[in-house]
Design a protein around this ligand. Sequence first.
Ligand code: B12
Length: 297
Amino acid sequence: MVSKESLADTRQRYRSAVVLGDPAVARSVIEMAIEYGATPAEIYLDVLAPTQAKLGEMWHEGIINVAQEHFATAITMQMMDLQRLSAKPRSPLGVRAIVVPVEGDQHFIGARMLADLLLMDGWDVDFFWHSTPARDLAEYVQQRRVQILALSSTMTEFLPYAKSVAVELKKLKPPRPKVLLGGAALKATDVSPDDLGADAIVTDLLDAVGQARRIVGINDAKPTLEQHLASMGQKIRAARNAHKLTQQQLADASGLDRTYVSLVEHGKQNLTIAAVLKIADALDVSISDLLGPTANS
Ligand code: B12
């Protein structure tokens, strides 16, 4: 973390560099800020994002033309690559998010920022910036066992896409991902999450990371062994019910005792990895589906 003055100075020097179209100077400004302790969130939210907004104003006022704006934006994207490659993500959470702009919207810097911050927070993140038809996106979400789908919308006219995605997601078998909706369009309009079929509307990037964690039941305190066992037990019971199996049938299919399966489902059995594997095989799920993540609330 660095002081407000230092960030303001970095912002000023970075802006001059991108407006002059000088990637080398822009890079050295960012590298120096990182060296002085600026966090990725500070670089993104206090330097790159306001610079992008300023470019918009300068273009609007005719101070720079479209070509200059394009090149400045390309430099900002390079700086995000630099940040992404040099940051040390927290330990993996074992949960996956997809971050994608709404179809038609070519603005993806904000979406990419969210993707990077989630990645640094330990999420597995799929980010793509190309327009994606709602049905294809829903299929992809299911294949990738995604828990959070974050949609970014800069322009209000593309917001109805969120609703189409919600319609397609409803067609999936549970568990379905939770949908977070954010971006400049949501600041400019007064819609509720229900209007657009989302689970939450969040406009602040840092809030979004915390909210995503809360939605999938992760917080900073490490879960206890009892919580892990209870969580795994619930997942096993849910998967067994989804397969319409009795405890006895699951016990037979996994070569375990029925009483043992019952204790496991109640979170009362500290089971071995071999037993988890047998149960996972019998239920046709992966071991990681049963092991993580664990809510500790
Ligand atoms: C760069 C840029 C472009 C680039 C985009 C390049 C790219 N790869 O992203 C290009 C040249 C493609 C472009 C095109 C257009 N643009 Co443009 N563009 C901009 C500009 C200058 C910067 C955008 C940016 O990078 N912002 C920085 C990011 C970090 O900010 P952000 O997206 O708001 O994201 C922040 C938050 O919203 C939030 N967030 C974002 N997504 C999400 C998602 C979640 C889940 C959460 C929690 C938070 C979150 O986090 C970020 C950090 O705080 C803006 C000016 C501005 N004020 O932003 C105009 C601007 C957005 N563009 C505008 C317009 C009008 C257009 C065009 C229609 C121009 C034209 N006539 O062709 C086209 C539209 C094309 C399309 N179909 O989308 C208008 C939009 C007006 C409006 N509200 O409708 C703006 C505001 C310029 C202006 N003042 O008129 N543009």
